[in-house]
Design a protein around this ligand. Structure first.
Ligand code: FBP
Length: 547
């Protein structure tokens, strides 16, 4: 494989580890834990893995460990740093005993069920250190949730002599990791399951998981490109740029990018829901900002839009809920309808209110709302062109205002969607270090016989030396939620909180950003250079942890 000069230089980067992980460690157990909500139900569903204590690793005496084999799976969407979790796990496992082996299951959880795997040797691992992507073993979205899948997995784990499985995934995949841990514990199969917090979306976080890996690099990558667009925008002064950002339901990515680049407008889905805003309210909010800038002669600007926005507009949420149920029950019938009659077919089957909302949507967006759901039942929000929907509606509103003599500017829009371009970027120093430490911590959780834990590294705004490594029982993060019409135990998703420091910092500045041109151009991620340039965490984390 031909490599770039950066890739070659970056391969030699030695990720920083917390002090406690640099030598032999011992376990310090904290208090017993309980779930964030619905304690009784979760306790009943996880009799073997509920209530376990928090774990912290501290320096200890070196011990001998019998040889063991470990398996690893990458699950769900790519996030920068996945390869470093695996290299940290590999180095940790080899330090425990050089005879230990690490197996990677291919293309996500499906590889475990279908018995597709490779042994990850030092030669393979060295090719992937500090690189972006999940291509070392591939990823997939197969949902591990059925007993026959658990049993198929057990067959291959037993055959390969695997003592523990590490699942690197988001909230849904870690929920499934916990269910699997409980199942293997209940069956006494002697296989431990450990989770690792991955997702660029930043919505897998809580008191013990300060951030999911990949969020830092992805946001910095998007912020670089948005900054470039802002500079272009401020140079040509003729376009409004509507920029949709990945992040699924949560607006963390949009908020973090806004804090980094100071756009004219950034929508926060959680706030729109809280304020019960309609689509027209959102459009009016943007149009007012466009008109106010036009009055100053500024017919240009930038709007950041979280990709999940549409699901947070109450009327759209109701429509999507009805569409979900309707399409689940009539999938085949709908698929058989001729393409040019599908819109009419949907309208004629919805309740009156929802039919009216659906009928008001532009053709493209209406069709996108009926596309297949992902295996976890989520609408594939990355496929819905909210940026076009909003700019089209803003354009219409401004034209109406112009006709009434209320607006005199020019409005011309450009559209962008940033998501995939950030998910496989070479990890920032922060993500390279954090991921390596997460993988290394997972090896210690395994060595210490733990199962149903998520690898946790905290105190992340301090230098890596002072980071705190340990484990959090996954049941501690769970509550009961309705999924596919049934109540299920799931890890609680962390959405943007309107009383959090990052949101407040944004809310305090946004009026100025809307009217004036206060753009910040962050530039590309730097891997080599002064620490204040290369080792900064996200603004979100800095504001959350500011003392
Ligand atoms: P995970 O939740 O699996 O980490 O994936 C996050 C994400 O990148 C979302 O931001 C986005 O909506 C989704 O994946 C896109 O999924 P796909 O890669 O299947 O198109």
């Amino acid at each position: 494989m031909t490599k770039s000069a950066l890739q070659i230089a970056r391969a030699a980067y030695q990720p920083k580890l917390p002090k406690a992980l640099k030598g032999a460690v011992k376990v310090q157990e904290g208090e017993a834990t309980h779930s964030v909500a619905d304690e009784e139900e979760i306790k009943k569903l996880f009799p073997n893995t509920y209530g376990m204590p928090l774990i912290r690793f501290v320096e200890g005496e070196s011990k001998e460990y019998a040889p063991m084999n470990v398996g690893v799976i990458l699950s769900g969407g790519q996030a920068p740093g996945g390869h470093n979790v695996i290299s940290g796990l590999f180095d940790g496992v080899k330090r425990l005993n050089p005879a230990n082996k690490l197996y990677g299951f291919l293309m996500g959880p499906g590889g475990l069920v279908d018995h597709k795997y490779i042994e990850l040797t030092a030669e393979i691992i060295d090719e992937y250190r500090n690189t972006g992507g999940f291509d070392i073993i591939g990823s997939g979205r197969t949902k591990l949730e059925k007993v026959d899948q658990f049993e198929k997995g057990y067959e291959i784990l037993k055959e390969l002599g695997i003592k523990a499985l590490v699942i690197i995934g988001g909230d849904d995949s870690n929920t499934n990791a916990c269910v699997l841990a409980e199942y293997y514990a209940a069956k006494n199969y002697g296989i431990q399951v450990i989770g690792c917090p991955k997702t660029i979306d930043g919505d897998l976080k809580n008191e013990m998981i300060e951030t999911s890996f990949g969020f830092d690099t992805a946001c910095k990558t998007y912020a670089e490109v948005i900054g470039n667009i802002e500079r272009d925008c401020n140079s040509a002064r003729k376009y409004w740029h509507f920029i949709k950002l990945m992040g699924r339901s949560a607006s963390h990515i949009a908020l973090e990018c806004a804090l980094q680049v100071q756009p004219n407008i950034c929508l926060i889905s959680e706030e729109i829901e809280k304020k019960n805003m309609s689509l027209d309210d959102v459009v009016t909010y943007i149009a007012n900002a466009v008109a106010a800038r036009a009055a100053d002669g500024n017919n240009f600007g930038t709007v950041l839009i979280p990709e999940g926005l549409i699901e947070f507009i109450p009327a759209m949420k109701k429509l999507i809920a009805e569409l979900n149920d309707f399409l689940a029950a009539h999938a085949d019938e709908y698929a058989a309808v001729e393409a040019n009659k599908q819109r009419e077919y949907i309208i004629s089957h919805l309740t009156a209110d929802n039919a009216a909302v659906y009928a008001s949507l532009p053709e493209g967006v209406a069709r996108q709302l009926t596309l297949d759901r992902d295996p976890h039942g989520n609408v594939q929000v990355s496929l819905i062109e909210t940026e076009k929907l909003l700019s089209e509606m803003v354009g219409k509103k401004l034209a109406a205002w112009k006709a009434e003599g209320k607006y005199v500017g020019k409005f011309s829009a450009q559209h962008h969607f940033f998501g995939y371009e950030g998910r496989c970027a070479a990890p920032s120093n922060f993500d390279a270090d954090y991921c390596y430490a997460l993988g290394y911590t997972a090896s210690e959780l395994i060595a210490n016989g733990k199962t149903g834990y998520m690898s946790s590294v905290r105190n992340l705004t301090a230098p890596a030396e002072e980071w705190i490594a340990g484990g959090v029982p996954i049941t501690m993060m769970m509550n009961m939620e309705r999924r596919h019409g049934e109540m299920k135990p799931v890890i609680q998703k962390a959405l943007v909180e309107l009383d959090s420091a990052p949101f407040k910092a944004f809310a305090a500045a946004r009026e100025t950003w809307a009217k004036e041109t206060c753009y910040v151009y962050p530039g590309p991620i730097q891997y080599f250079g002064p620490t204040e340039v290369c080792d900064q965490t996200t603004k979100t984390l800095q504001l959350e942890q500011a003392k």
